[in-house]
Write a protein that binds this ligand. Structure first.
Ligand SMILES: [Zn+2]
Length: 281
């Protein structure tokens, strides 16, 4: 069975060490290649930061440059990103970049970082992005649920999955992916997923290491299983949040979720192929 990982970052990050500014993004992509081979992953969706290049994370423009020789059919697709809460002139520049890269098929959706940007998903400033994604029939991926503290502390209220209901209701044509399934607000995620045809969830980012083998791992499996049983596993996508989680650990975790063979196909492959328009994968 083919596997698509829908949630991968290029971070200057190593297991056991954490963030490591001396790493280059080229080194990270080499390590990523290795991990994808180990996990027998056919395709990945790379997610840049909405900010400039920094000591941790790669910017949208830098990611486009780094992967410019790697056009489809390739192992990587890219999500566009944009800083929504910055200066209006920057936002306009960001929108131009999104438009150009949708038109040239270089991006397969847009990521919005709600809790990091302090913006609710129903904020009117996001409307041009929703319109663009609807025109190209590509998803908006929202970070939902608990946040890491970056250089400024994230705010959880913005990242609550329940807020996506209003967006899904007002934009029935817009495809929405709830990254991290709103963890740990799984009950709210379940309500939004079950009610709205146009909302899906990925299971990425439930761990930073092997802690999924312990009691926490069992708790997460039970909660996600509950949502899957209520809404159907066909509402879910496989994603890791590499490099915070690696293929070996995450595939072992995903295997603990009960699905039929047919549902597994949707979870690991078909949903991603359809939502992101990966016709060549
Ligand atoms: Zn992520």
């Amino acid at each position: 069975m083919k596997i698509i990982d829908v949630h991968v970052h290029l971070l200057k990050w190593m297991p056991e060490v954490g963030f490591c500014p001396i790493l280059t993004f080229n080194q990270t992509i080499t390590d990523l290649h290795q991990d994808l081979i180990i996990g027998n992953v056919s395709h990945t969706i790379l997610i840049p930061t909405y900010k400039e290049d920094n000591e941790r994370d790669i910017s949208f423009e830098a990611l486009l440059n780094l992967t410019s020789d790697d056009l489809p059919p390739s192992r990587f697709s890219i999500l566009g990103s944009i800083q929504v809460t910055g200066e209006p002139i920057q936002f306009e520049k960001g929108m131009k970049l999104l438009r150009e890269n949708f038109a040239s098929n270089r991006i397969v959706g847009v990521k919005i970082c709600l809790g990091y940007e302090y913006i609710f998903p129903f904020d009117k400033r996001l409307e041009p992005i929703y319109k663009l994604c609807t025109i190209y029939d590509r998803p908006v991926v929202f970070h939902t649920g608990i946040t890491l503290n970056e250089d400024r502390p994230a705010r959880l209220e913005f990242a609550h999955p329940l807020h996506l209901d209003r967006v899904a209701f007002e934009h029935p044509e817009l495809k929405i992916i709830m990254a991290h399934c709103g963890a740990p607000w799984f009950d709210s995620a379940m309500a939004v997923l079950s009610k709205n045809k146009n909302v899906f969830a990925d299971i990425s980012g439930m761990t930073e290491d092997n802690c999924l083998d312990g009691p926490y791992g069992q708790w997460v499996v039970d909660r996600i299983q509950g949502v899957m049983d209520y809404c159907s596993p066909t509402k879910f996508l496989y994603g890791t949040d590499y490099p915070l989680a690696r293929q070996a650990v995450y595939q072992k975790f995903a295997k603990r979720l009960r699905m039929t063979k047919d549902e597994e196909e949707y979870f690991y492959y078909k949903n991603a192929k359809e939502l992101f328009g990966l016709t060549w994968v």
